[in-house]
Design a protein around this ligand. Structure first.
Ligand SMILES: [Zn+2]
Length: 165
């Protein structure tokens, strides 16, 4: 049985911080991006025989699994904003137009208030042409860039997950 998960261009590997049952009794993994995802042992579509053994579950904590919600740039719940910046087409730092990424645990929220702006994250095959008013969430660790398209005004917020506990 192959145990390696094939990653496609749009998957984002995330670290499993915990594996537990949700309110419905289904197994879920809590990921370091802030998302949770269901884990199911339903062969042949989803073969995770290790899910049925407590020691094997524990051994998986700290390993990576793909997160589809990150690949869709969907923010998790409970993010706390800690910093905001404002830019227009003149003040936008050149570094944001080059490939860059946010550090682990930090989400970006780009709110385009005026004009147009491109958002490109080739690593997850994600491209969007923003037309104000528009909001684009930026997942941690995912390489991306913005593309100027004339006059614009934007607010860039940085948000992080609340400390556990
Ligand atoms: Zn995620």
């Amino acid at each position: 049985m192959p145990h390696a998960t094939m990653l496609t261009a749009s998957d984002v590997p995330r670290i499993m911080l915990a594996i537990e049952r949700d309110d419905a009794g289904e197994w879920i993994a809590r990921l370091d991006c802030g998302h949770s995802r269901h884990l199911r042992h339903r062969p042949p579509l989803s073969a995770m025989p290790w899910l049925l053994d407590e020691a094997e579950r524990t051994a998986r904590i700290g390993q990576a699994i793909e997160c589809g919600r990150c690949a869709q740039c969907e923010p998790p719940e409970g993010l706390e904003r800690y910093r905001s910046q404002h830019f227009d087409e003149q003040s936008l730092p050149a570094a944001l137009c080059g490939e860059h990424r946010l550090r682990a645990g930090v989400w970006g929220r780009l709110e385009l208030q005026r004009g147009r702006l491109g958002f490109v994250a080739d690593a997850i095959a994600y491209r969007r042409s923003l037309v104000a008013p528009a909001v684009q969430w930026i997942p941690p660790g995912v390489t991306h860039r913005v593309v100027l398209d004339g006059a614009m005004a934007m607010q860039l917020d940085f948000a992080r997950l609340p400390a556990p506990g």
